[in-house]
Design a protein around this ligand. Structure first.
Ligand code: HAM
Length: 423
């Protein structure tokens, strides 16, 4: 027996029946993003490994444990991108985009790769819609993005998603906060989970994000970063909140919100849905400001802000919310005999060129079996074409959901279908 293959663990196939919801989510996103002045970019799925180490951060779980890294035949260390912000920044710098325009608004849709422990909503290949704006340091840009994502989720009919907001400070105030946090956590070291004991030295802020219940309880008593922001960070954060109020974007202040990537400064946000279809993978998106990243990767000092939505999770939510678009044909042509089949092919081709969705089945067979297939295709109408219909130039359009058939002249079929679609 020939060997059968299975897909790689944690990497999914998207087949008809499921792909429609993805297309719906993506086309809604393309339309919304265009209105906010964003243009799509496409970068390769592999990058120099050092790009992610330098930007996402050596002590993060992503770089420490989750990257798909390999040497190519010339011995270069390459990595399947675990996220899209660093690749976009790399492209922005490489093409000197800051010399062409003061402000750039980019977005991308594509697969990302993280070797994570799998569960519902968490995969090893997953898709992100990423949104990045370069060149604006003002809080209004952070708010514009948070409003954009709130609007996009509403357009998708996803009402149960809440926007969590925090500020992570900057180089002037975060080190002080980190010192104070470590002091507090050291006092509770024994009660922390094994992983957090390690985080305490490697990446103490991440302890605030641990899912372990005892760690969460300790995190609840931890000092808040919002009380230790320097004056400029405080002013930025106050303005972000004021403008969210102006635009009436609802949000929840969460001083324990930290991100799994190291490049953020000031504003950080996450979109969280407490929906059972996601299991514990409740974050549908996240992002924030990263004013130092472009410079740290060798570019000019260009401020930036961005976020990414997890499309796999978004599609799970959209499906559960009943947002499943149907891909039904308007017409299924049933044929009797070879002459009718030729004519049906001709008719179907003409109708498709005119913009209609039409199916027929080249296998032919009895009218009964073809009508069964028409039913299964969920077509709106079936048209039976035999020698008599060909001779008269007239056939019956049969509504598949029941109701009176419509007599139609074959040379008026296109016009009739268009009229029926509009009525
Ligand atoms: P992130 O929070 O690591 O941020 O990922 C963004 C979203 O991707 C998550 O909220 C989640 O919905 C989805 N996601 C992450 N890992 C997985 C997984 N293993 N399976 C399924 N979905 C997943 C970033 O990646 C940043 N680059 C976002 C950003 C853009 N910040 C600024 N600009």
């Amino acid at each position: 027996m020939n060997q059968k293959f299975a897909g790689v663990k944690g990497m999914n196939d998207l087949l008809p029946g499921e792909i429609e919801i993805w297309q719906h989510v993506e086309s809604t996103a393309h339309a919304v993003l265009a209105r906010y002045g964003y243009s799509e970019v496409r970068t390769p799925v592999v990058e120099d490994t050092a790009l992610f180490v330098r930007s996402v951060g050596e002590t993060t779980d992503i770089v420490g444990k989750e990257m798909y890294t390999f040497d190519d035949k010339a011995g270069r260390s390459l990595t399947l991108r675990p996220e899209g912000t660093a690749p976009a920044a790399r492209a922005y710098i490489e093409h000197s985009v800051q010399n062409l325009e003061p402000v750039s608004r980019w977005y991308y849709v594509g697969p990302m790769f993280r070797y994570e422990r799998m569960k519902t909503g968490r995969y090893r290949q997953f898709f992100q819609l990423g949104v990045e704006a370069y060149g604006i340091a003002e809080p209004a840009e952070d708010v514009e993005q948070m409003e954009l994502v709130t609007h996009l989720l509403a357009r998708l009919g996803l009402t149960g998603v809440s926007l969590n907001l925090n500020s992570l400070g900057d180089d002037a105030c975060r080190p002080e906060y980190q010192k104070k946090l470590v002091g507090y956590l050291e006092a509770h070291r024994e009660a922390l989970c094994a992983e957090c004991k390690e985080r305490l030295t490697r990446n103490p802020l991440r302890v605030l994000d641990c899912k372990n219940e005892r760690c969460q309880e300790i995190a609840r008593g931890a000092p808040s970063i919002l009380e230790m922001l320097c004056q400029p960070c405080q002013a930025h954060f106050a303005e972000v909140q004021r403008l969210l109020g102006v635009l009436r974007v609802p949000y929840v202040l969460n001083p324990r919100l930290v991100r799994g990537l190291d490049y953020y400064t000031r504003t950080a946000f996450e979109l969280v849905a407490a929906d059972p279809v996601l299991g514990t993978a409740s974050a549908v998106g996240g992002g924030g400001r990263y004013d130092k990243l472009v410079e740290s990767l060798g570019g000019s000092a260009v401020p930036a802000v961005g976020f990414a939505l997890g499309l796999d999770r978004l599609c799970l939510l959209a499906k559960a919310a009943g947002q499943v678009p149907t891909g039904r044909p308007e017409l299924f042509v049933v044929t009797v005999g070879p002459a009718a089949r030729d004519r049906a092919l001709e008719l179907a081709t003409g109708l498709r060129h005119a913009g209609h969705r039409v199916e027929l089945d080249a296998r032919g067979g009895s009218v009964k079996s073809q009508m069964k297939r028409a039913d299964k295709s969920a077509a709106t109408y079936a048209l039976v074409l035999g020698d008599q219909e060909l001779a008269e130039g007239v056939a019956q359009l049969k509504p598949m959901a029941g109701g009176e058939p419509v007599r139609v002249a074959l040379d008026r079929l296109e016009a009739t279908l268009t009229e029926l679609k509009q009525s």
